[in-house]
Design a protein around this ligand. Structure first.
Ligand code: ADP
Length: 244
């Protein structure tokens, strides 16, 4: 369903993604781990086209972008709709209510009519356990609740793939579970997901494949049991020793 081929990203002279290639089947959950600065966030941002790759190809379903050629804004906008992004710091609109946050994308980007967008937003907010918070503003919610709004907002765009960039790392420990629970449910429903996280227990339970990145490269990938109990690469071993 997703095919990344020879992807690279430079910031000026700094190459932060180097020849990344990856295939993800529909319905699979991929967890990306690796030290800070290894390029995990940049890889997700490239998939969502918040960053434009310097070279390589990304295909999602039947749409392909080839970054060795010039890619137009229209193609970017179309492609971006295939992915939904959940950010570390939620990135909610502070002056909009919970319901409005979730309705905004479908109305503005997908040109859905307001009643349909509202109905869908209510359904999604109920799915993430926030049916009683529709008229609250983000500042009136806990971090865990805000992140669940973030997930509902991404789902409202009906993406093919959900991308999570350290969705629980800004949360107090007691709020992490409620967000992971929603993510587990999505995985169970067959959503294709790529998740950057330091939650190793979650990765072991939910991931179909774990990818270890370092220095802009994918160093190693495999099923969680293989990566966590018998990593092949020295750098993976060192990293896991530090965090486990
Ligand atoms: P990770 O998510 O693994 O911590 P990042 O993808 O955030 O890694 O960062 C990879 C590298 O790219 C780091 O060296 C970081 O400083 C650099 N980087 C990320 N974003 C930018 C940017 N907008 N401009 C310049 N350098 C950046």
């Amino acid at each position: 369903m997703i095919s990344i081929n020879g992807l690279s990203k430079h910031f000026g002279k700094l190459e932060v993604l180097k020849d990344i290639s990856l295939e993800v089947e529909k319905g699979k959950v991929i967890v990306v781990v690796g030290p800070s600065g290894s390029g995990k966030t940049t890889m997700l941002r490239c998939l969502n086209l918040l960053e434009i790759p310097t070279a390589g190809k990304i295909a999602i379903q039947d749409q392909t972008l080839d970054f060795s050629k010039k890619v137009g804004q229209k193609e970017i906008n179309t492609f971006r709709k295939l992915t939904g992004m959940v950010f570390q710091n939620y990135n909610l609109f502070p002056h909009k209510t919970v319901l409005e946050n979730v309705m905004e994308g479908p109305i503005v980007v997908k040109k859905q009519d307001k009643a349909a967008a509202k109905k869908k937003a209510e359904q999604l907010l109920s799915k993430v356990g926030l049916e009683d918070k529709l008229d609250f503003y983000p500042f009136q919610l806990s971090g865990g609740q805000q992140q669940r709004v973030g997930i509902a907002r991404a789902l409202a765009m009906e993406p093919e793939v959900m991308l999570f960039d350290e969705p629980t790392s800004a949360l107090d420990p007691e709020l992490v579970g409620e967000v992971l629970k929603v993510m587990k449910e999505l995985a169970k429903e067959g959503m294709t997901m790529i998740i950057v996280t330091h939650e190793m227990k979650f990765a072991k339970e939910v991931a179909d494949e774990v990818i270890f990145m370092d220095g802009g490269y994918i160093i190693e990938k495999g099923n969680p049991a293989a990566i966590f109990t018998a990593p092949k690469e020295q750098r993976t071993k060192q990293f896991l020793q530090l965090i486990q």
